[in-house]
Write a protein that binds this ligand. Sequence first.
Ligand code: NAP
Length: 542
Amino acid sequence: MNASASAPATAGIDFDAVIVGAGVAGLYQLYRLRELGLKVRSIDAASEVGGTWYWNCYPGARVDSQSYIYQYWFSQDLINEWNWSERFPGQGEAEKYFNFVADKLDLRKDITFNTRVTGADWLEDQQCWAVSTDKGETLRCRFLISCTGMLSAPMVPPFPGHEKFKGIIAHTARYPRAGIDLKGKRVGVVGTGATAIQVIQTIAKNVAELKVFQRTPQYAVPMRNPKYNDEDRAHWRAKASELYQRVNSTFAGFDFDLDHGSWYDKTPAQRLAILEEIWADGSLSFWVGSFPEVLTDEQVNAEVSEFVRKKIRARIKDPAVAEKLIPRSYGFGTYRVPLETGYYDVYNQPNVELVDVSQAPIEAFTENGLKTAAGEYPLDVIILATGFDAGTGSLTQMNIHGRSGRSLTEEWRQDIRSTLGLQVNGFPNLFTIAGPLAPSTAFCNMTTCLQQQVDWVTDTIRYLREHHQTVIEPTVARQDAWVKHHDEIANATLLVRTKSWYTGANIKGKPIRLLSYIGGAAKYRQICDEVKTKGYPGFALA
Ligand code: NAP
């Protein structure tokens, strides 16, 4: 059925659903709801589809999930027709994949691009959302589904003097689509997270000078990224349905799992052999495919951290620089683990300087560069790889008001609470794909967890229609129970001790809580499925 032509469910309502975002989740959600016969409008601030892969077009941006599990599973045609060129594709290739999907499923006709949602108000009398955009439009819809991604609101550090700097300043998530000519330039990169590492290793050889402003070093794992030929692709295609089952049954939505058994059941030699084996795999399996105790047991974590420190030390010629690049203030895996390709070797180049800003912080932009407490660094281009207001930022910036005018921004400024990361009490018919307190906020191969959440939302809307109901909202008790369960698991891990975007600690004033559910993607899926099959206990349906 051509759903775009179908009549809205109720007079006065323009759309059954408005979806915000046309990235990994948004495209799939649009497809699924059209399939249900709903009248749907998608809105995206970008000029094209792709979400993360549209915005993060900085040098070296690359997927760090294996391509053969970074895809949609619902269509054998898509699986058959798309050809990944390597194990970890670059941003351009990932963006092309989402464009290919949008073309193939004819999704663009229901997407409004270059448009930002500026507000959403729940209209009690009509039981619908009024969604306003920066183009002056107001759309009334029964369901509002945010598919804005957990890392889409850039965090720009508040250094004064932005306007004084005579060169170019670019945040990695707002990097100019046409690129910046860095050849022969003096470039400063602020930050050393997963994004900065990709930028630094990519540009270091082409620029005249590179200054890396590091506050906290990372435990980066070398990426092994073979090119794929037809035989490789045929191999993965033939395994598609097996992989689909597998990724939906593991801790982090990958095809590897924490299945080496307990650290304590192994001899030191066996532990080392396993660590070397997963290190050599060159993927995130060294992190979420190792021992279950790594993220919970201080002793195990200390040993694994030391293993990685030795690997880093061996790559750097200058021992003083090596010591600066070795993390000591937190344990391995408690800050998102980056994959790297030649990152550490960059610091052996004469044109690269590691500027430690942990003791002498960056104070301001100046006319000519950046000023730290230790001095001024003249630069032509400053790349801010300073991260995001993760999990909540895109939602709190959307000006959402639920029942009785309750402001989501205000509520989450006090405490970040949700039910399954999918709904919030007081905000009926709002679904938050990749919202806080679900594994999709951080602890998952994104395509696995986003498709699972989209499927849940779709099944929920179908259920409501089949039961002649129009509104769903979690009760306070159900929400409290989810937050309690989430916190119990989170607080038993070492992650809550590390300052990073995982807990919101990178944003001044943000309430601290592990943003991602860490009970495992498979367990989360089971919980969501149970809610569905039991008829939504703890949710008020009307
Ligand atoms: P991030 O991990 O939050 O790193 C931000 C960096 O900026 C940190 O090094 C931080 O230092 C630094 N920083 C922030 N404010 C600063 C200041 N005032 N002075 C000096 N340094 C400052 O952000 P990200 O690197 O963009 O990565 C975010 C997430 O995106 C990753 O964790 C990952 O989930 C995802 N990602 C995925 C891929 C992929 O391959 N798929 C690639 C890139 C990113 P502190 O640590 O001291 O705060």
